[in-house]
Each structure stands twice: as C-alpha cells, then as structure tokens.
Design a protein. Structure first.
Lengths: 113, 110
C-alpha cells in the first residue's frame, strides 16, 4: 500500500527561526514528490521534485529530494507569521494511466511573533 | 489562472439524505479528483476521473459515488449521508502532476 508520512505533525516556533519539515514515502512507481501549503482554504502548490539532490528554492523556502532514503525535506528560513499553515507532502503514482497523488498527514506549523 | 470552484463552502445535512457536491474547473484539465481531509489523516482520495464518463476508485470510495458527464464538471454523491462523512471535501484538477484545488466544502452530517 502506498504511504506518505510527515513529521513532525505539529510545530510551534518563534518568528525568525528556521524550520525543517520531513516527508518519507513508500510508493510503487514513484514519479515525483510535491509540497503544498494550506492556509485557510485550498492547498497551493510550492514545489515539485523529481531528481535526487537538486534543491528547489523559492525565496525563504527550499526543498530537496533523496530517492535513496525515500524522503524529502522542506526548509523555511527566517520564518514569518505568514508562514503559519499546514504543509502537505504528496507523492505521485500512476494508476491505470492516470496520475494520482498520495498525501501525508500534513505538518501544522505555527509561527509566533 | 486556473480556477476550481465548488458549489458550497458550508453544508449541513441530516443522516440518510442524498448529498451532491459539485466541482467545476475552467482549464480543460483531463484529470479531476475528490478528497476528504480530516485532522491527523491528511487528504485521502475518494475517487478520481481521467476522462469524461471515466472514474476510478481512490483509497476510500465506500459510501460515495461520482459522476463526470462533462469534462469541466465532477460531482461527488453521498447516496445516504452518515455522521462519519462529516468532513472537509476538496476537489482538484490537473493536466500533469500539479493539482489545483478548489476552496473546499465543509460538510456536517447531523
């Protein structure tokens, strides 16, 4: 059974801290790993990773995939209160020719001023 | 910008009622998905569709059915709502890997 596990499930830090969120997976036919940020409504796309060791960056956020360890991390530096959200990790699998995402439980990140 | 809309933001239904949740996307995407999101469980796939009139079961299809009569519209049906179907329901569409989500429908079954 395909499985994605995120840790920690919940994290509270102070503004300015750096955080690292973890995602590990067990899926057949791995194709890519995606990170989403969910504030009050719909998850919004952050990154898609397909190759090991290549860091993707967007401002203070960065992410990297390790296909040997079947895992990924999402780093946020100099956190701000606006980074408070649920961060979702998802892994793409292919079933019957269609793309399917398997999601982790999410990490609820709270940034205190 | 891709837009995915869902028919209701909040819905309250009684046990045993038939419930329809509608999702519409405006980007001509082939793939559409229905998830439910519960605390501590993340997003779980209920059903998905990769073409008109095509549907595939996800991880938790029991108690649900779907309909895709037109490419832009994907409906989730609860034939007889039960209290354990109280949840946030999210619809998504995609062309390739990245999925675009609707705002969600928070359904309460009493």
């Amino acid at each position: 059974e395909d499985k994605v596990v995120q840790s920690p499930l919940s994290l509270v830090v102070h503004e300015g801290d750096t955080v690292t969120l973890n995602c590990s997976y067990e899926v057949t036919n791995f194709r890519s790993l995606l990170w989403y940020k969910q504030e009050k409504k719909a998850p919004t796309f952050l990154f898609m990773l397909t190759s090991s060791g290549i860091e993707k960056k967007s401002g203070r956020l960065s992410s990297i995939l390790d296909k040997k360890e079947l895992s990924s991390i999402l780093n946020i530096t100099a956190t701000q209160t606006g980074d408070s959200a649920i961060y979702l990790c998802a892994v793409e699998a292919r079933i019957q020719g269609a793309q399917k995402l398997v999601f982790g439980q999410g990490t609820r990140l709270t940034i205190n001023p | 910008d891709v837009k995915v809309t869902q028919s209701s933001r909040y819905l309250v239904k009684r046990t045993g009622e038939k419930v329809f949740l509608e999702c519409v996307q405006d980007m001509d995407h082939e793939n559409m998905f229905w998830y439910r999101q519960d605390p501590g469980l993340g997003l779980r796939l209920i059903y998905f569709s990769y073409d008109v009139k095509m549907k595939e079961k996800g991880d938790i299809p029991e108690g649900y059915s779907v309909s895709r009569e037109k490419k832009e519209r994907f409906s989730l049906i609860l034939e007889s709502a039960s209290t354990n179907q109280t949840s946030m329901y999210l619809c998504a569409s995609s062309l390739w890997q990245e999925q675009y989500f609707g705002p969600g429908t928070r359904l309460t079954v009493t």
